[in-house]
Design a protein around this ligand. Structure first.
Ligand code: DIR
Ligand code: MN
Ligand code: MN
Ligand code: MN
Length: 312
């Protein structure tokens, strides 16, 4: 029961600066102490840096802001994440904007593939992040990470010669979406990307919908990577993000999701991204994110055996 923390202070993938302070805020909010109180051994690898990384000579796509910088981060994250996964620890990647996942998910997919297991990805996010340099309106690369991971064309040079492990679009679940661009939506429809939007959450509730995701992972003996974009939460709960969208998950819905994921036992790695401490209200969003990670790793209100498993 060992957890590895790895910070990636990236903010060039988003339009607003400031997510580079995310790892520090999550540490300040007590992430390691909380995980230790839940009986984990926590190894904090500190923050990555891209200062030493040599730039590649490929030609940046026309519409991908700060491509070079994101390329450095993606390569570093992919290598370090993979090495850390090999130590047997469960990695939590601390962002940083959502371009972080291009590296972290690639690392975990490669790791598990070597162990004969498929990686599934749960993308908790107000957005679909399924743009490409072709479809994007903003050219912000944090809106492209899920598409990149599913092997969409347009950012093929990001990893250079490093191994790219695309995930099968059938193993990706977008959850909580309420802002998807027009061309992005068309591309998702063509690829049959599964998305649980906020309307479905309203109609059916998070428990039913998350259990479906978990069952798919279990049926395949897969491992689940949880990519938690803090803007998944309603802005009332989580004001400290650059691209707030009204109508997000409530505090209770988010905790229930984390509790159900914990009970499932299928989670093998986590990203916490898009937290922007520059926009936060005295650490409120950072603290909320840390509390949610607590639920994801076994924090319970009472100590009774997990009721969801007992019923299912
Ligand atoms: C928008 C917003 N779809 C874009 N995306 C994200 O820029 O591509 N905002 N991820 O957080
Ligand atoms: Mn291994
Ligand atoms: Mn996102
Ligand atoms: Mn988002």
């Amino acid at each position: 029961r060992r957890i590895a923390l790895l910070g990636a202070p990236i903010d060039m993938g988003a339009s607003q600066r400031g997510t580079l302070m995310g790892p520090a805020a999550l540490r300040t909010a007590g992430l390691a102490t909380l995980l230790e109180s839940l009986d984990f051994e926590v190894v904090d690898y500190g923050d990555l840096s891209v200062a030493e990384i040599r730039d590649l000579a490929d030609r940046p796509p026309a519409k991908a802001n700060h491509y070079r910088e994101i390329q450095r981060w993606t390569r570093v994250l992919s290598r370090r994440g993979y090495e850390i996964a090999q130590t047997g620890a469960l990695p939590i990647f601390l962002g940083g904007d959502h371009t972080l996942s291009m590296g972290s998910v690639n690392a975990m997919a490669r790791h598990w593939r070597e162990h004969g297991r498929d990686l599934f990805v749960l993308w908790l996010d107000a957005h679909a992040d399924y743009n490409t340099p072709e479809t994007t309106i903003t050219a912000n690369m944090h809106g492209m990470s899920a598409a990149f991971l599913c092997g969409e064309a347009g950012l093929d040079g990001l990893l250079g010669d490093d191994a790219r492990a695309s995930i099968d679009p059938g193993r990706l679940d977008l959850f909580g979406a309420r802002s998807i661009d027009k061309l992005e939506k068309e591309l998702m429809r063509a690829r049959r990307i599964r998305v649980v939007d906020m309307r479905q959450i309203d109609e059916f509730g998070v428990a039913v919908l998350i259990r479906r995701v978990i069952e798919r992972v279990k049926a395949d003996n897969g491992v689940l990577h949880v990519s938690f974009d803090v803007d998944f939460l309603d802005p009332c709960v989580a004001p400290g993000v650059g691209t707030t969208v009204p109508g997000g998950a409530t505090y209770r819905e988010a905790h229930l999701i984390m509790e159900l994921l914990h009970d499932s036992g299928v989670v093998g790695s986590v990203d916490i991204v898009e937290l922007n401490p520059f926009l936060d209200e005295r650490g409120r969003t950072a603290r909320t994110a840390v509390e949610l990670i607590g639920s994801l790793f076994g924090q319970q209100i009472t100590d009774r055996p997990t009721p969801s498993n007992a019923i299912a």
